[in-house]
Design a protein around this ligand. Structure first.
Ligand code: 13P
Ligand code: SF4
Length: 316
């Protein structure tokens, strides 16, 4: 039985290395750059040209020289790439990969939110549809939300769709009143303070790194609240050897690479984004081979959304 297990693990590794080689060969043939989010499957991250957080990947898309961008992530990220690089083909290996938080506000709802608060700017988290971005004043990511709100120089902002990121920003920028939309990430929302306290008891020396999509009572227990790439940089630079990581478990792969030898603990139950896991290496290969999964944003939406998104990539 053990021999069988070892043999199977080996054949999986061979499959992955063959698929990775195919992905790289097809990317060169198609003149494509492969971008992958930090929550993607390890083998997808390892086959990509760039791995990053929403802000880093948006900036990579804006700079892309290649004719095609293959986006291993979720729809709002690929749409953001298309908004920033309209003359490039943007392909999603899995077109069904969405973000439930992004679906928690429509453009009509965003407009009504603004109309109920005349003159108050709408700051929209990048985890939103292109249509919602098009009616927003500025977008932000988890990496620059605080700086974006500060940059507006106003006393009140509307913030959509993430109520937890909004509460985090409000706690860090107390001079600004933040009026939040009632959306959330189902994966981060299920993290409880009790689950985190249990891990802290198991690993009392560990620093706690948490994503701002977590609830306020969870963030109150963290040593650092950071975007996914912020966590990679923090873990590499910190003197600590152990970390409890309060975000989607795909980040553990990048953390092990960014800070080799350090120890990283997830939570029980694990924080999982099923949409992020829909993209497989075989789908990345198929997309590169067949040119499928094109992401389109109609011009009238794209041009308006670009103003809010371009402001976002310029800040922080
Ligand atoms: P980051 O921009 O921090 O990578 O977060 C994206 C996301 O969807 C978190 O759930
Ligand atoms: Fe959306 Fe949450 Fe998944 Fe991020 S982790 S893509 S916010 S559902």
């Amino acid at each position: 039985m053990r021999l069988h297990g070892k043999g199977r693990a080996l054949s999986e590794r061979v499959d992955i290395s063959e698929l990775t080689a195919e992905v790289r060969r097809l990317a060169a043939k198609r003149d494509a750059v492969v971008l992958a989010h930090n929550y993607q499957r390890p083998e997808v991250q390892d086959a990509a040209d760039f791995v990053g957080d929403s802000l880093g990947l948006a900036r990579q898309a804006a700079l892309a020289q290649a004719r095609t961008i293959v986006f291993a992530g979720v729809r709002f990220m690929a749409e953001t790439a298309k908004i920033l690089a309209p003359d490039r083909a943007v392909l999603m290996p899995e077109v069904g990969a969405g973000c439930p938080m992004a679906d928690m506000i429509t453009a009509e709802q965003a407009l009504a939110f603004k109309q109920a608060h005349p003159g108050v700017p709408l700051v929209t988290y990048v985890n939103s549809s292109a249509e919602v971005k098009a009616v927003s004043d500025v977008c932000c990511t988890s990496a620059n939300a605080i700086e974006v709100v500060r940059s507006l120089g106003v006393g009140r902002v509307l913030f959509a769709p993430d109520r937890n990121l909004a509460a985090w920003v409000a706690s860090r920028v107390p001079e600004v009143e933040v009026i939040a939309w009632d959306g959330f990430c189902p994966a981060h929302e299920q993290v409880t303070a009790e689950a985190l306290l249990a891990q802290k008891q198991e690993h009392p020396e560990a620093e706690v790194l948490a994503h701002p999509e977590c609830r306020p009572e969870v963030l109150a227990l963290a040593d650092a609240v950071l975007s996914t790439s912020g966590m990679l940089r923090y873990a590499a630079a910190s003197a600590s050897e152990e970390f409890i990581v309060v975000t989607e478990e795909g980040l553990l792969h990048g953390l092990a690479k960014a800070a080799p030898g350090k120890r990283f603990y997830g939570l029980h139950p694990a924080v999982l984004c099923p949409n992020m896991k829909l993209t497989t290496l075989a789908k990345v290969r198929d997309c590169l081979r067949d040119g499928t999964g094109a992401v389109e944003v109609p011009d009238e939406v794209r041009i308006k959304a670009a103003q809010a998104v371009e402001r976002m990539v310029a800040i922080g």
